[in-house]
Design a protein around this ligand. Sequence first.
Ligand SMILES: [Zn+2]
Length: 314
Amino acid sequence: MRRAWLLLATLAIAPAALGQTMDFAKVEIITEQLGPNVYMLSGSSGLDPSHEDAAGGRIGVLAGPDGILMIDSQYAQLTDKVLAAVRRIDGGPIRYLVNTHIHRDHTAGNAFFAKQGAVIFAREELRDGMVKLSQAPNAASNPVANPAGFPVITYGMGAPVKIHMNNEIVHFIPIRAAHTGGDTNIKFEKANVLFIGDFYRNYGYPFIDLNNGGTLKGMLEGLDATMKSADANTKLIPGHGTIIKRDDIIPYRDMVVAVADKVGGLIAQGKSLEEVLAAKVTAPYDAKTAGGTDESTKRFVTEVYQELKSGRGR
Ligand SMILES: [Zn+2]
């Protein structure tokens, strides 16, 4: 009896929390050119239980005579394939790596690319999160907790960091606690491409990672800030899902606000989390939300409930 329960509990957490069910050997890295010298690398679909649309987090690459700048570093198990994909674009030195946020599908390959010579940039909060992970009991088995992959240059909520290379200006734009406490948008000014990490997603409902410092308020602010960083022609590249344009953010933001308003109304009526979940507040959006599984819906509504219930508001 006890054994059966344990097995069930393990199965329940395995895909989302540990990624153990994913066959990394089958993943291919697909390269798409976004501008004269800007590329995105995505994992193949149907393999990652957490992101059926594409395995792991998306990577950005700026290549040219001044060397390579990368955005995010994927799961640790995919770094050889990512490096091979980068090498198909350009053989030059990998000089800089910037992380959009701390999640391991975006940072677990950091130590590998640091070894290739990359100087890692990220928000102060992201580095603090990694340091905390390195002090946890399971640190030895967690690639995100490997100090060799910690950011070397960190920044706060001030003006964007600018990198001038390959006839491009790259802006690391800090975003207030949204998907996590240490989010960054990365803009390629001349190519007019904006990598926006995970606080916007069009595969499943939004993920406000409260355990890593994310907030509902920051998510809405981040969406506003993203719209300000883009014009009507900017290509916006989420960490997962399809490429979008600035105005695609409007209905997404409206959805977050509408769900938050409904949840807030139910909280005001004294409803419990269970009652709020049973009220199906996302129903008007479910058909339009690709990958909007029960799990992703429940996670999002629970996060909104917790944020509003705690008084942090929106
Ligand atoms: Zn993420």
